[in-house]
Design a protein around this ligand. Structure first.
Ligand code: AMO
Length: 452
């Protein structure tokens, strides 16, 4: 038998059953022109305001917040008794009538006829999801689910959802096939230092740092592929933009060069930003972000130009070295909130699979895509000549033996190819203006954090 006002069929914790109740609308779908309509809503109690004669409860769900108004004298005593038992963050179901009311948020409120308490929240709460009591990021991450009920955190991951949709839409339109490659691998692809070893039955294996070699191989069959997946790097340093597990959007295309894939990437960024601007108006407003869709093409600096710019400002970087964080910060100050490329990198600073330029092998066909001081993506033309690849492996102190399966694929006929990898959460940082990547990952993993 179903509970009526919670008086019948209560569980051990005094919870009402869900019974036959099903959601008719999310809060954001309730509009003033629905005045008088009966609706069923579910969510959590955001705030409770008791003015004596009238109670206001803000009910939140993943789409927004709506006001429940309970005029104390006019309502059924059962309903009143239930309303009095509510505390912040309780999970509730509400049946009620929509009432257009200009002064309420969204111009509409709900006058409940029945409330069901479906889940209790233990008080004191680990943090205050209304955001009135600010909390450190670590405290927030420890109580991540509560934190995600903060409208700002919720907005970030709603945008993340739309970013992914836009990326898939775009790449589908460009003729890319979505693939999945192994995450337990036998050899490193992006340098040995940041590898996570795992015990694979009685052998040592590693967690994949990227899909690099597999996506390259797959171009020999599928022409244009993409993968969106998690990768793992045992990053020693504690920075606001590195984590141990991150999602990368990778593409690889046969019969293409660095210029083709850079052009694809900048068009994709513009597509994604325009999509988010159109679909996530509310979320951007919650985050107080005015999203600007940049013009094409993005600015392109050469590595030498960057070194010159930095030297002019008193920072000398020996040619051939990667640009250190202070250099990137300075570059970011010169290009605030701007998407730009750095090209013509020294071959020595890039992985073995990147193709040196035919005209000057000291420089290679690699690029980084930057936003301010943050590297969002890197990629380039790959070596598809087996002999040269073996030479480059040796040059970087790697043993061709360890790459025999990869090298063998080059004996099956390998097309010229190019591609890139884009850090999803870093793109989300750029869109939402968040300064710490951990804000843009549901459950971040780093040196210090393995839980929750
Ligand atoms: P790279 O090592 O530059 O290139 O990685 C590609 C992009 O992935 C993101 N990223 C990270 N994000 C968060 N935490 C980390 N520890 C982290 N490491 C990398 C960055 C970076 O730009 N195989 C090549 C790509 C290619 O050439 O196709 C690669 O992995 O946004």
């Amino acid at each position: 038998m179903e509970a009526i006002n919670g008086e019948v069929g209560l569980g051990l914790e005094g919870l009402d059953p869900l019974g036959g109740w099903r959601r008719t609308h999310y809060t954001s779908e309730i509009k003033p022109d629905m005045d008088g309509e009966e609706v069923t809503l579910f969510g959590w109690v955001h705030t409770i305001r008791d003015l004596g004669g009238i109670k206001f409860i803000l009910l939140a769900d993943r789409e927004g917040i709506i006001q429940l108004t309970i005029p104390v004298k006019k309502v059924d005593p059962h309903l009143l008794e239930k309303a009095e038992r509510l505390r912040k963050q309780f999970i509730i179901g509400v049946k009620g009538r929509v009432k257009a009311f200009e002064k309420a948020q969204g111009g509409v409120e709900i006058v409940p006829s029945e409330i069901r308490i479906l889940g209790r929240a233990e008080h004191p709460l680990d943090l205050d999801p209304t955001g009135k009591i600010p909390a450190e990021l670590d405290v927030r991450l420890n109580a991540r689910i509560l934190d995600l009920r903060r409208p700002e955190s919720l907005a970030i991951f709603r945008i993340n959802h739309h970013v992914l949709r836009a990326i898939r839409d775009f790449l589908e339109g460009e003729g890319y096939l979505e693939v999945q490659t192994p995450k337990i691998i036998a050899t490193a692809t992006e340098g040995g230092a940041a590898l996570f070893p795992v015990l694979y039955f009685d052998r040592e294996a590693f967690l994949a740092q990227s899909p690099q070699l597999y996506k390259e191989q797959l171009t020999a069959v599928f022409d244009k592929v993409y993968e969106i997946a998690s990768y793992f790097r045992a990053e020693e340093s504690r920075t606001t933009r590195h984590v141990a597990e991150f999602v990368s959007v990778d593409i690889e295309a046969a019969f293409a060069t660095i210029d083709d894939v850079m052009e694809l990437l900048e068009r994709m960024i513009v597509y994604v930003l325009a999509y988010v601007k159109a679909k996530c108006e509310r979320e951007l407003e919650t985050l107080k972000v005015e999203l600007r869709v940049p013009e094409l093409p993005f600015k392109r600096y050469t590595y030498d130009e960057v070194l010159k710019l930095l030297a002019e400002r008193g920072m000398r970087i020996p040619w051939g070295e990667d640009i250190p964080t202070p250099g990137l910060r300075l570059l970011g100050e010169l290009n605030p909130e701007t998407y730009y490329f750095i090209v013509d990198w020294p071959t020595s600073s890039k992985p073995f699979y990147i193709k040196p330029k035919d005209s000057n092998p000291k420089i290679c066909e690699a690029f980084d895509l930057m936003y301010g001081f943050i590297e969002l993506a890197s990629g380039g033309t790959r070596i598809h000549d087996k002999g040269l690849l073996v030479e480059r492996l040796k040059g970087q102190g790697l043993s061709p033996e360890g790459f025999q399966h990869h090298l063998r694929v080059f004996d099956y006929g390998m097309p010229p190819h190019a591609g890139w990898g884009l850090g999803l959460s870093r793109l989300l940082m750029a869109i939402t203006g968040k300064e710490n990547i951990r804000e843009c990952i549901l459950f971040p993993r780093d040196r210090d954090r393995l839980t929750p």
